[in-house]
Design a protein around this ligand. Structure first.
Ligand SMILES: [Zn+2]
Length: 106
């Protein structure tokens, strides 16, 4: 699936803090959401975890934040990431904030 949405500043403004999570989020629908990890994200909050469904994650800008699967080296986030359900992974904090679109494959 291609990144088919234009993300207006409006959506960034409407993104809101998610209780107990390091990010802000704007939910478009069941399958698509905008997620923003702020510049002051506490790295302790970027835990290894796995998700309940396959996901595709698209960066919305150039970034030095990184992504890592269990037992793999960290990778740059410069194009689509495919994250299979049940597979451990984490984000590694970089410079500035990180803005991504997450597609949940249901
Ligand atoms: Zn995840």
């Amino acid at each position: 699936m291609a990144l088919d949405c234009y993300i207006d500043d409006l959506f960034y403004e409407r993104a809101s803090k998610v209780e107990g999570k390091p990010y802000k989020e704007f939910v478009f629908d069941d399958e698509k959401l905008l997620r923003i990890f702020p510049e002051d994200t506490d790295e302790e909050m970027l835990k290894w975890h796995w998700d309940e469904e396959d996901r595709e994650v698209y960066p919305l800008h150039k970034t030095d934040w990184e992504f890592q699967f269990d037992n793999e080296l960290p990778q740059q986030i410069n194009s689509k990431l495919e994250i299979p359900k049940g597979v451990f992974h984490r984000l590694i904090k970089g410079t500035g904030e990180l803005r991504v679109i997450v597609y949940k494959q249901k």
